[in-house]
Design a protein around this ligand. Structure first.
Ligand code: 13P
Length: 250
């Protein structure tokens, strides 16, 4: 049985003060959650979130990481810097990074390998664009992105990481994949992993759905057998909404 994992991706939102306020509201509210709870926050909020989340079941995540150990990479953060701040999870290859910041399948793979080697749990994002779905390329795209992102990892390493299936057309649009569409595409990803790394790896790896997941649709999505949680954007910015998503089964 895979334990569900629900992660908030705050994107470029919240000052440290606002972050502390949100996490303080979440701590008592998500206390009895049956899933793993993560907030992936801007780096300037790490300290405030760690302090506010102390002693709770809320874990800290980052939104990107560089693959070099250290060096002349202005504006970037290394794995060691993140772990030193208490970060345990890191979103890698989000479609916004791919679309606006030139992220490629190759750099996603470098980041994933560096994160795993340094003890971070990657949340690896894959997903098709609207026209790719309309032209019937969804399965090929997500399978390719998944294979590329995981190249060079062992089955054991893949078992322990998290994949987020985020159809690009559903991100921040209010459009959600139907429960069945999300389940079906996640099953395509899982089958691709099974073919390459074995059924035991595919059975262990957790695959989230992301894209306008919210209190209104979380129950239906989470009822699907292949969906192991969610990566939540907009609905993770307000305590009542994120609480309702995390406590979907209560
Ligand atoms: P929304 O939940 O705002 O659609 O964002 C999803 C997302 O991109 C999470 O990474």
């Amino acid at each position: 049985m895979r334990k569900p994992i629900i992660a908030g991706n705050w994107k470029m939102n919240k000052t440290p003060e606002e972050a502390a306020e949100l996490v303080k509201a979440l701590v008592p509210a998500v206390k009895g959650a049956d899933c793993d709870v993560v907030v992936c926050v801007p780096a300037v909020c790490f300290a405030a979130v760690m302090e506010a989340a102390k002693g709770s079941n809320i874990r800290l995540g980052a939104q990107n990481v560089h693959f070099a150990k250290s060096g002349a990479y202005t504006g970037e953060l290394s794995v060691d810097m993140l772990t030193a701040c208490g970060v345990e999870y890191v979103v890698i290859g989000h479609s916004e990074r791919r679309q606006y910041f030139g992220e490629t399948d190759a750099t996603v793979n470098l980041r994933v390998k560096a994160a795993v080697a340094g003890g971070l749990t990657p949340i690896v994002c894959v997903g098709e664009k609207k026209e790719e779905r309309e032209n019937g390329y969804t399965d090929a795209i997500v399978e390719y992105q998944t294979r590329m992102a995981l190249t060079g990892l062992t089955g054991e390493q893949i078992s322990a990481l998290v994949i987020a299936y985020e159809p690009v057309w559903a991100i921040g649009t209010g459009l959600t994949a139907t429960d069945e569409q999300a389940n079906e595409t996640i099953s395509v990803i899982r089958k691709a992993i099974a073919r390459q790394y074995g059924q035991h790896v595919a059975d262990a790896v957790r695959i989230q759905y992301g894209g306008s997941m919210n209190p209104g649709n979380v129950k239906g999505l989470m009822a699907q057998p292949e969906i192991d949680g969610g990566l939540i954007g907009g609905a993770s910015l307000k305590a009542p909404d994120f609480t309702a998503v995390v406590m979907y089964n209560k």
